[in-house]
Design a protein around this ligand. Structure first.
Ligand SMILES: [Zn+2]
Ligand SMILES: [Zn+2]
Length: 839
């Protein structure tokens, strides 16, 4: 029915959808259009083919296994009512391990049925032992609510599953503590509510058989490091009641899941990684938006800068509109909340221009929305009222969407793990599906769409977290001490650095040492936010109505909702009137200006200590602690249509201090001169290398370029040499700079190649320009950046290839130099500096 309308060879040109497409859409979603055919139609609209590679991911048949002998008939019957006639082999394998008492992580693809792997042993135990209890942790409330529906739907006698989170009415909480045997919550509630109130939970913890940690790949970076200690606090309380619960973890596919799960729980964990569930085939296309025509009136000296590609957001919006017009149920993943709003608004506009009202079938979705708004959007997509959704990866967590025909991924999502997870939303029902990765105009995306071998047929990255981060460890130990005095045996539980952290807490007057242990000295509990390294979330309120539009996390607030910022909510544009940081509130009014706003900051950096370094002749490579001071000082207003800068306006926001971990390299001026880099070009060469290096680091670690910052200088006072710094944007570090240090040669090789292979003449957003540069991308020297990196690579010993997963927990990257696992104390004495300079 849909095909006859579009059976002619070519679709209407972009932004010119004929009214006939309304008939297509109103006819319903219909059977999915074969992905190859849809892709052919999408790419046929460009004069130059935007597709750089097509990968066919074949369909796979499932491998069923018999039910474990210990699974009660009642449970098998309940699963059968839900349509599960037998487990897949990987589900049964993980369930057997857990039932036998082995901590296990099941790390397989989206929709591979990870829940059955933990439901089977957990629910079997609850049915066999009428006293046993299970604690289930999800990274979001929405996911816990989904799981509650699934478990409650099994209608098992005496299990009484219940969610216990911030939304649970007070009146129900006591009943849940006393009577529920399957409690679903999140790490925040465990941290703020359950562990501090452990006395109320003693009955539950005394009988705790399993701890289920769902979507455990979400626990990365600083948040992951906090959660690792919340789990150690849970284990400590269980041990007091004589319990050693079995941990069952579910993860998206990730590199070395056993090691990551071990780091997260502090326990040995076995891994089940072979996915034996059936899967529909996916046609996966890599898509590079076309270069925009050069501006004929531009000054030839800067003409190269005007040679930019069509933005990935606009390209994705068009693809979304085109897919929706074809009646294809499509989900577009966009990295930023702002981007999701822009894609939805543009797709809606394009569809409405064709047929008024057609745009209503497209919406935006992101984590900052209020609960009711999210639920409504989820419902509409499931029922088909909506055909297109532009989403941040908030959707990855907590929503069980099925039946999508196409997934558009706007920009590299940061990791191969996320890529596969997002692409896995397509074709879940077993039908053939289409996935498209649309490259952004940045070095990493450009590199990837031209190096498909870096994406396909490679293991995914390891999830990086660092429980030894002293900025996480000390506050967590304070929380633990407030729950029960700390003993020397406890310090072992909390791992490397715990003794130093406790000493610092005693020194600061937070703990008192007594013969029986360390005691928390205050009446109030310590205030520690697991997610809020940037401070509490800031509420965005419409001034005229007092309506709460959403929230922005504290760390992003200076950038996103400074006075004058344009803020988008559900495609409606608002302008910020004021930002009150003390009250955590921004007042806005509805206004649709034809510009966007871009905040700029200034940064300085000083070296505190060096953890480890490599002396490579004229090149030095370092890992250490640094102090970074940054301040958002102004914002640019740019025309939405052309990107033209209208003006730059000053801002009066406080500077923020960050002590964190950095990787940096130095190159001697003599070696740069030998390589043909003029002294005057050194700043631009280093700056360009820094930008591209930040852009490529996500290839090595589970971070994105917004997690990390950089600074480069021709002479840094602490190194006395030309230096490029790249640092973790989180207090105490998040493990990213450490990963960069461990894979430095591979990381800088990819950086060098990305710059050298870019087709532009003197630098573009695909290679050395950065969207977040505090200096407006000035100075930058593309050819000299390649020369700098050639000098570095000629001297640096080789390291692991990018695809090799992280080393086991506790171990450090192999290769070179001194490896203290804890940061060296700042001595105040001279730093190692640049070893080669004394030669
Ligand atoms: Zn370029
Ligand atoms: Zn810059």
């Amino acid at each position: 029915m849909t095909s006859d309308i579009f059976s002619s060879a070519r679709l209407p040109p972009r932004h010119d959808l004929k009214p006939s497409s309304a008939a297509t859409v109103s006819a319903g979603t219909g059977p999915g259009r074969p992905p190859a055919e849809l892709l052919r139609r999408l790419r046929a609209r460009h004069s130059a083919d935007p597709v750089t590679h097509v990968e066919r991911v074949p369909a796979r048949a499932g491998e069923p296994a018999p039910w474990p002998r210990w699974a009660p008939a009642e449970l098998r019957a309940a699963f059968a009512r839900r349509g599960v006639v037998a487990p897949w082999r990987h589900q049964a394998g993980a369930a057997e391990l857990a039932y036998a008492g082995t901590n296990v992580v099941v790390a397989t693809g989206t929709a591979s049925g990870k829940s059955l792997a933990y439901q089977l042993p957990a629910l079997s135990t609850l049915l066999a032992d009428p006293r046993a209890t299970v604690l289930y942790l999800a990274p979001t409330k929405a996911l816990a609510a989904d799981q509650l529906r699934a478990v409650a739907g099994l209608e098992l006698d005496g299990v009484r599953p219940a969610c216990y989170d911030g939304d649970t009415p007070r009146a129900e909480r006591e009943w849940i503590r006393k009577h529920s045997r399957f409690v679903l919550t999140n790490p925040d509630m465990l941290h703020h509510g359950i562990l501090p109130g452990h006395a109320h939970w003693s009955g539950f913890l005394r009988r705790l058989a399993y701890v289920v940690i769902d979507e455990c790949h979400a626990y990365r970076g600083v948040f992951g490091s906090h959660v690792a200690h919340v789990l150690r606090r849970l284990r400590r309380q269980c041990a007091k009641y004589g319990r050693t619960p079995v941990f069952v973890l579910a993860s998206a596919t990730s590199g070395d899941p056993a090691a990551t799960a071990g780091r997260l729980t502090g326990l040995p964990v076995a891994a089940v990684t072979e996915d034996t569930s059936p899967r529909g085939g996916v046609t996966f296309a890599l898509w590079e938006p076309p270069l925009l025509p050069a501006d004929p009136g531009a000054d030839p000296a800067v003409a190269d800068l005007t040679q930019v590609r069509r933005s990935a957001l606009r390209e994705t919006a068009d693809l979304l509109a085109d897919s929706v017009a074809e009646g294809v149920r499509t989900l577009a993943f966009i990295r930023s909340r702002k981007g999701a709003e822009v894609v939805a608004a543009n797709a809606r506009r394009a569809l409405d221009e064709a047929v008024p009202g057609l745009g209503d079938r497209v919406a935006a979705y992101r984590a900052g929305y209020l609960r009711e708004e999210r639920r409504e959007l989820e419902r509409a997509l499931l029922t088909g009222d909506l055909l297109g959704l532009a989403s941040t990866n908030a959707l990855e967590l907590g929503v069980d969407l099925v039946g999508l025909d196409a997934v558009l991924i706007c920009g590299w999502p940061g990791t191969r793990a996320s890529l596969w997870q997002q692409a896995g939303r397509a074709g879940r029902s077993g039908d053939e599906a289409l996935a498209v990765l649309v490259a952004r105009d940045d070095p990493l995306d450009t590199y990837l769409v031209h190096h498909p071998e870096a994406l396909f047929g490679r293991p995914v990255e390891a999830t990086v977290l660092d429980p030894a981060n002293p900025y996480v460890l000390a506050p967590q130990l304070a929380c633990a001490a407030a729950e029960a005095p700390l003993t020397p045996a406890d310090l072992e539980l909390f791992g490397d650095g715990a003794k130093e952290a406790v000493d610092s807490l005693v020194e600061a007057g937070a703990l008192r040492q007594r013969p029986t242990g360390w005691y928390w000295r205050h009446r109030e509990r310590p205030e520690v936010d697991l997610r809020g390294e940037g401070g509490a979330p800031v509420c965005v309120v419409e001034a005229s109505t007092g309506r709460l539009l959403g929230t922005v996390d504290g760390g992003s607030s200076h950038f996103l909702i400074h006075p004058g910022a344009v803020y988008l909510h559900q495609g409606v544009s608002y302008v910020v009137d004021s930002l009150d940081l003390a009250d955590g509130c921004a007042l806005v009014h509805a206004e649709e200006p034809d510009w966007s706003t871009h905040a700029r900051d200034v940064t300085s950096l000083s070296v505190v200590s060096v953890r480890s370094y490599v002396d490579a002749g004229p090149v030095g490579l370092f890992l250490g602690e640094v102090d970074v001071t940054s301040q958002v000082v102004s914002y640019q207003r740019r025309r939405i249509a052309s990107g033209e800068v209208i003006d730059t306006r000053p801002l009066d926001l406080p500077a923020r201090e960050l002590r964190t971990v950095a990787v940096w390299f130095t190159v001697s001026p003599e070696s740069l001169a030998l390589a043909g880099v003029e002294a005057a070009d050194i700043p631009g060469a280093l700056h360009a290398a820094e930008h591209a290096g930040i852009g490529l680091l996500p290839l090595m670690a589970t971070c994105d370029r917004w997690d990390i910052g950089g600074l480069s200088t021709a002479v840094h006072p602490d190194t006395e040499a030309p230096t490029v710094f790249v640092y973790d944007g989180h207090p105490g570090g998040a493990g990213f700079a450490e990963r960069a240090y461990g894979t430095a040669a591979a990381w800088l090789r990819a950086t060098r190649d990305a710059i050298a292979e870019c087709g532009c003449e003197s630098g573009c957003p695909s290679c050395v320009q950065s969207p977040k540069c505090g200096n407006g991308n000035n100075p930058l020297s593309k050819p000299d950046a390649v020369k700098v990196l050639d000098v570095v690579l000629a001297n640096l010993p080789p390291t692991d290839a990018p695809a090799v997963p992280t080393a086991a927990p506790g171990s450090r990257p192999d290769g070179q130099g001194d490896r203290s696992t804890r940061p060296a104390k700042a001595t105040g004495g001279p730093l190692p500096g640049v070893p080669h300079q004394s030669a």
